[in-house]
Design a protein around this ligand. Structure first.
Ligand code: SMO
Length: 760
């Protein structure tokens, strides 16, 4: 634990020995393609499937009429969530481009595509709702008649005495900030395969998901089966980033088709389908007001959040905007806060989680308006932050908000140390000097500070078993998809039993292997899966000592564990290995009174409260005076996630997150036109940064342990993505401030900057 070792997962991934959904070859499998809506908003008059059925090789064409009017259930409840869940296939209307209407199963993928193209839909186009602002206008067409308006939910958060704070303030600093629609773009898009065993009434479903146990639960409800009749397997998953923390229509449709057709069925998402229909994220308006004193002290915050949910909610409901509302106060010491949230329904793809899930949006809005405080008062933005940070003695700090039904209580932190370290690491003072010395250059420096909810409960599971060979099997309910979790968990187990991490095989992503499991999201694995593995390893260790004492006929206190074996202190030849202990613990072997057979332990780590990681990012940019391209000259990150399990993995996670944040700051946008037609249908139209756009990223750490778990760890997977849009936007505004440019949204493309410069 703590060693900077390379990932145990990588050799087989690099050698092409992994199994992704596309690699599955099931006997007699059928391939699936979806006929998808081409209009943003239309009534479906008729769906003609006759021609599709004529295509040679097409076996079946099904619509909602055939598969039943099922809707995706909300897995994450919210008191304000209203019923606008997505049907598994369009239910008489389509409400976004790409909504699935019919599903075609055929002998080959190409035939299935031909069949899908031959499905004839007679549409009656309806007036679309192209934006959240349009959705809440009085005259807007209503997308879901039963709601009477276009709100998937609205709610208020109130803490302390906001009116008092604003009355006592010297001034109110304002801003209205918009975060564009963008999302995760995993190398492996989505994919689902299913087999129905008619004799046993049993479904096996492979899906590229972050939470197989949750998919199982949803399928059990929708297919009216006991959970034990469903096995969900997440094989190797090539990236998730939040977008695979959902229950998707395609997962339910493939399961139903396998049962209906009595043949295995497989669907692999195309990149175009991914762009049109996988989770979109982040699109949100934030009207911000800070009550401040002239010395820069923040007394309170008012916020109005208008979120663009797209056409439906799915399993996460309105979780993301609720995380924004809970997170807007950030690392700052004020107790007076008020936030009004409206979640608007529009004719766009449904929105849900993407790396940080509502929190990077909050960081953007808060860090932009905090910079405005510095500008208006003529203060250094670093000083304004330092003055208002919660200080180390003030923890636990009750924000007074709630996230996912959990009170937001920051458990520990040292935000000022993070700031001081990042100012050093990013050469803040030097850059300020250069900025003065070279006024002909558009140089800017920006900061972004964040606090991030991590390690969300309710629990995570671990089953640890010692094999007679001396190797170990760890089954975890977490379902990682590229984070290096198997290595981290192996390190935790190995350090308890003094063995090599490579002797621990970690099995994940299989609901038959462990009955309860939660999944991988909310930067939770180190905290919940890590502590579950730690506790299971402690239990196995304790049992090994008890059994060794029995077999070696000594007191436990006289035993020592080293290199995977237990020996009598001072008599290393009187030794019994973990493998021998496992064999000696088999049923029927002489065991101490009351000891159950098997050298294994199962542990469920409960996390009633979340841990809160934090960090500060610093970006130095230069805006090219000719092309208006933004070049990042320096990027520094100081992260605090408590003690590190594996620094190599941690730094890799941070760099990956920063790259995604840079994408959001400068390049990526899922664009719809004013009629809600979807314009970003390929990676030619959706610009992701590549290595050429990502500068070297300097990373350093602060370590404040969490008092909430034995390892003291906090989550970190999403940390890198929290602050880049804030830090980079702050830097670009700093660079162009003298030219009159004010930044209120991302991505900061040359086109957008040109418009701002003309206006300025
Ligand atoms: S956006 Mo994440 O998978 O909580």
């Amino acid at each position: 634990m703590g060693a900077a070792m390379r990932r145990l997962e990588d050799p087989r991934l690099l050698r092409g020995q992994a199994t992704f959904i596309e690699d599955l070859e099931l006997p007699r499998q059928l391939h699936v393609a979806f006929a998808r809506g081409e209009y943003p908003h239309a009534r479906l008059r008729t769906i003609r499937v006759a021609d599709a059925l004529q295509v040679a090789g097409v076996v079946s064409v099904a619509t909602a009429y055939d598969l039943g009017a099922r809707r995706i259930p909300a897995v994450v409840p919210h008191p304000a969530l209203r019923p606008c869940g997505q049907p598994i296939l369009a239910d008489g209307a389509v409400r976004y481009v790409g909504e699935p209407i019919a599903v075609v199963a055929a002998e080959t993928r190409a035939t299935a595509e031909d069949g899908a193209a031959a499905v004839q839909v007679d549409y009656e186009p309806l007036q679309p709702v192209p934006s959240a602002e349009a959705a809440v206008e009085f005259s807007a067409p209503v997308l879901h008649q039963q709601l009477g308006d276009n709100l998937a939910g609205s709610f208020d958060v109130r803490v302390g005495d906001p009116e008092g704070a604003f009355a006592a303030a010297d001034r109110v600093v304002r801003g209205r900030f918009y975060v564009q629609r963008y999302s995760g773009m995993p190398l492996e898009a989505r994919g689902v395969a299913a087999v129905w065993d008619a004799g046993r009434n049993r479904l096996t479903l492979w899906t590229s998901t972050q939470w197989p146990h949750t998919v199982r639960e949803a399928l059990a409800k929708l297919l009216e089966l006991p959970e034990q009749a469903i096995r969900v397997i997440a094989p190797d998953v090539g990236g998730g980033f939040g977008i695979k923390q959902d229950v998707y229509p395609e997962e339910v449709v493939i399961a139903l088709l396998a049962r209906r057709l009595g043949r295995p069925v497989k669907w692999v998402e195309s990149r175009r389908e991914h762009l049109c229909t996988a989770v979109h994220a982040r699109e949100q308006w934030h009207d911000m007001q800070l009550a401040v004193r002239n010395d820069g002290t923040i007394l309170g915050m008012r916020a109005d959040v208008l979120s663009d949910q797209g056409a439906y909610t799915r399993s996460l409901g309105i979780l993301c905007p609720s995380l924004t509302a809970a997170g807007l106060p950030g690392p700052y010491r004020f107790h007076n806060y008020q936030c009004h949230v409206r979640v608007a329904l529009t004719n766009k793809a449904p929105a849900a989680a993407y790396r940080g899930a509502g929190q990077p949006e909050a960081v953007f809005a808060t860090e932009r308006v905090v910079d405005r405080v510095a500008q208006e008062l003529g203060l250094d933005p670093a000083d304004v932050r330092r003055r208002n940070f919660i200080s180390p003695e003030e923890f636990p700090w009750e924000v007074g908000t709630e996230s996912a039904q959990t009170p937001v209580v920051y458990d520990s932190g040292n935000y000022a140390e993070g700031l001081d370290r990042v100012l050093d690491l990013g050469h803040y003072a030097d850059w300020r000097k250069r900025q003065k010395a070279e006024p002909e250059r558009w140089l800017g420096i920006g900061l972004g500070a964040y606090v991030m909810l991590t390690g969300l409960g309710p629990h995570e599971s671990s089953l640890l078993r010692v094999d007679p060979s001396g190797e170990l099997l760890l089954v975890t309910g977490a379902s990682p998809h590229g984070q290096g979790t198997a290595t981290a968990l192996a390190q935790i187990v190995a350090s308890q039993l003094d063995i090599a991490p490579s002797a621990v095989t970690v099995l994940h992503g299989d609901t038959d292997a462990i009955p309860f499991g939660v999944g991988t999201y909310a930067s939770r694995n180190a905290v919940v899966a890590g502590n579950a593995a730690h506790a299971a390893a402690r239990a196995v260790r304790a049992k090994a000592f008890a059994l060794a004492a029995h077999l070696l006929e000594v007191e436990q206190a006289d035993l020592e564990l080293s290199e995977g074996g237990i020996h009598v202190r001072g008599a290393p030849h009187r030794r019994i290995t973990l493998g021998q202990l496992s064999a000696a613990a088999a049923p029927g072997k002489p065991l101490p009174e009351g000891m159950p057979p098997g050298l294994e332990a199962t542990h469920y780590f409960l996390a009633p409260r979340a841990t809160f990681a934090s960090g500060v990012h610093l970006a130095v940019v230069e805006v090219d005076r000719e092309t208006l391209a933004v070049r990042i000259l320096e990027y520094a990150v100081v992260s605090d996630a408590g003690p590190l399990i594996n620094p190599v993995i941690v730094d890799g996670q941070i760099v990956g997150g920063v790259a995604q944040g840079i994408g959001g700051a400068l390049y990526e946008e899922l664009t719809y036109d004013e009629q809600a037609n979807f314009l970003s249908q390929s990676l030619m139209d959706y610009c992701m940064p590549s290595a050429g756009q990502i500068p070297p990223i300097a990373v350093a750490h602060v370590y404040t342990p969490s008092p909430l778990n034995p390892l003291g760890v906090k989550g970190l997977g999403e940390g890198g993505a929290m602050a880049p849009p804030a830090a980079i936007a702050n830097a670009v505004e700093d660079a162009l401030h003298s030219a009159g440019v004010r930044i209120d949204r991302t991505p900061l493309t040359p086109t957008r900057l040109a418009a701002l410069l003309r206006r300025g």
